[in-house]
Design a protein around this ligand. Structure first.
Ligand SMILES: CC(C)(COP(=O)(O)OP(=O)(O)OC[C@H]1O[C@@H](n2cnc3c(N)ncnc32)[C@H](O)[C@@H]1OP(=O)(O)O)[C@@H](O)C(=O)NCCC(=O)NCCS
Length: 177
């Protein structure tokens, strides 16, 4: 049976929101946790456009906050599936801010996230392959395998840390001091 494929451009999702006072920290800029919630949300929509099945966030790579996003600015998030494994999907989210009175616009943050598609039993399920077309899409796709390898190594370290902390918890010595 031929493997199902989806064009990268068909996984694009975009969201724009205004930064309101309740979204800001005590510096008057967009609260980092709020931005991460926006990033996870838009990225999951993009991944689901590819797999068309239930999914979970497996990991969020480092979120690089490049510039503060100010109260009253418009924040725009663009997400796209950049690489697919067997059951996992890598999504790139680009965040830009716009000062609505001047029209000045800046790249504010970027992040890669990984989602895993699930079957009815909640087990990882194969996903269609994403197909890049433009030069930028091809570059993002070709470099995806390397990023996935890096995450695999990081996941092993993360599991070791969790096992260590769990053992301390089980022995009645919680905490990391
Ligand atoms: C993500 C999850 C489904 C993976 O299940 P698993 O039984 O460990 O599955 P596997 O080890 O077979 O991994 C399945 C795929 O996920 C990828 N994967 C698993 N953990 C990952 C991680 N932390 N980062 C990136 N990719 C990951 C694997 O590389 C594999 O990809 P591939 O099929 O494309 O090669 C499982 O760990 C889980 O349910 N985690 C909780 C997710 C959750 O609750 N998210 C909400 C936010 S807290």
């Amino acid at each position: 049976m031929e493997e199902k494929k989806v064009l990268m451009k068909d996984t694009k999702a975009v969201k724009t929101a205004r930064v309101f006072p309740q979204d800001t920290n005590n510096h008057g800029t967009l609260f980092g946790g709020k931005l991460i919630a926006y990033i996870d949300d838009i990225a999951s929509i993009s991944a689901q456009k590819l797999c068309r099945s239930p999914l979970v966030t497996a990991s969020i790579d480092s979120v690089d906050f490049l510039r503060p996003i100010k109260l009253g600015d418009a924040v725009t998030l663009e997400a796209m599936v950049t690489w697919t494994g067997k059951t996992s999907m890598e999504v790139l989210v680009k965040v830009t801010s716009e000062h609505l009175l001047t029209g000045e616009s800046h790249m504010a943050a970027t992040s890669f996230l990984t989602f895993v598609a699930l079957d009815e039993q909640g087990r990882p399920k194969p996903v269609p392959q994403v197909v890049p077309e433009t030069e930028e899409e091809k570059w993002l796709n070709e470099t995806g395998k390397q990023r996935a390898e890096f995450r695999k190594k990081r996941r092993i370290q993360s599991k070791e840390l969790i096992e260590f902390l769990q053992a301390r918890l089980d022995s009645g010595r919680p905490g990391i001091s």
